[in-house]
Design a protein around this ligand. Structure first.
Ligand SMILES: NC(=O)c1ccc[n+]([C@@H]2O[C@H](COP(=O)([O-])OP(=O)(O)OC[C@H]3O[C@@H](n4cnc5c(N)ncnc54)[C@H](O)[C@@H]3O)[C@@H](O)[C@H]2O)c1
Ligand SMILES: CCCCC/C=C\C=C\[C@H](O)C/C=C\C/C=C\CCCC(=O)O
Length: 260
């Protein structure tokens, strides 16, 4: 998929990986709708991007992915502002093992809400032009992250949900590809979770083990992660792909062939 003239929507787009995804899409000619609950940071980012790319290339929409109403409205506003929708990145996520129900509502339910709305707006059967969904999981979607069982569960679920949806989309001929990105640790604010007992919940005692894991795996720059995100967006041959990104490089996960 060539990105010039295409329109993307990124949840959790105010900062961190979402910001890096928005920037790489803009660099390649797309327009981007940024959705986030962090309004001051989102507005600041929009102002900075206006300077660099012009004010018609982005919009910022205050939106909580736990609200079906707000998310629906944000998709509607994106279509109203830019006239089309081609790329949806369900990226908003948190680490909170204490209020784990909120973690499930953002990291998993938010991705499901965003993916279903994306299909509704992009599938050919609804007069959409087709497109691509990239859901942001984590290395914790591929193996156990011992200090964060609920975070791990949500990210495994995002991988499974996205792979099943990709098959469903292909068999239904929606014209929409669905891929998953699984980054290792990256330098963003979510890493502050490890310094916050309230968020670490009952496994805050594992802080040192977590710290060792982080030192062992290293910390990626968001721009490195964004390069691989771009691959999932632009490579039309990829549907149901799960791309693992680590300091050592990126590789597609291989799974046994589906029965159907
Ligand atoms: N940084 C890492 O090490 C890492 C590694 C793998 C995967 N991830 C995943 O990447 C995604 C982005 O995280 P990040 O690292 O950029 O962290 P971050 O904390 O910098 O960014 C997360 C963004 O999501 C927004 N957000 C939180 N709850 C929201 C909600 N209910 N509705 C809308 N927006 C909401 C936040 O305001 C913030 O702007 C997450 O899904 C995270 O799990 C991060
Ligand atoms: C306490 C709540 C967790 C907060 C989440 C904060 C940061 C998350 C970062 C990444 O998503 C985690 C990335 C990599 C580590 C995950 C798993 C390591 C083991 C994987 C394996 O064995 O294959």
């Amino acid at each position: 998929m060539a990105l010039s003239g295409k329109v993307a929507l990124v949840t959790g787009g105010s900062q961190g990986l979402g910001k890096a995804f928005a920037e790489i899409l803009l660099k390649h000619g797309a327009k981007v709708s940024l959705l986030d609950i962090n309004v001051p940071t989102g507005n600041k980012l929009k102002a900075a991007l206006d300077e660099e790319y012009g004010s018609d290339r982005t919009c910022f929409i205050s939106c909580d992915v736990t609200s079906e109403t707000q998310l629906k409205e944000a998709f509607h506003k994106t279509l109203e502002s830019f006239g089309r929708l081609d790329i949806v990145c369900n990226n908003a996520g948190i680490g909170n093992e204490s209020n784990w129900e909120r973690t499930v509502d953002i990291n998993l339910n938010g991705v499901i809400r965003g993916s279903y709305l994306a299909l509704q707006y992009m599938k050919k059967q609804n007069k959409g032009q087709g497109g691509v969904i990239v859901n942001i999981a984590s290395m914790a979607g591929l193996g156990p992250f011992l200090s964060a069982p609920v975070y791990t569960a949500t990210k495994h679920a995002v991988v499974g949900f996205s792979r099943a949806l990709a098959d469903a989309s292909q068999v239904s001929d929606y014209g929409v590809r669905i891929n998953v990105l699984c980054p290792s640790f990256a330098k963003t604010e979510i890493l502050e979770t490890f310094n916050t007992d309230d968020l670490m919940g009952q496994f805050s005692n594992l802080r040192q083990t977590t710290q060792k894991l982080l030192e062992h795996m290293g910390v990626l720059d968001p721009s490195q992660v964004a390069e691989h995100f771009l691959q999932l967006v632009t490579d039309d041959s990829r549907n149901g792909a799960v791309l693992r990104v680590t300091q050592a490089g990126a590789s597609y996960m291989e799974y046994p062939k589906s029965v159907m």
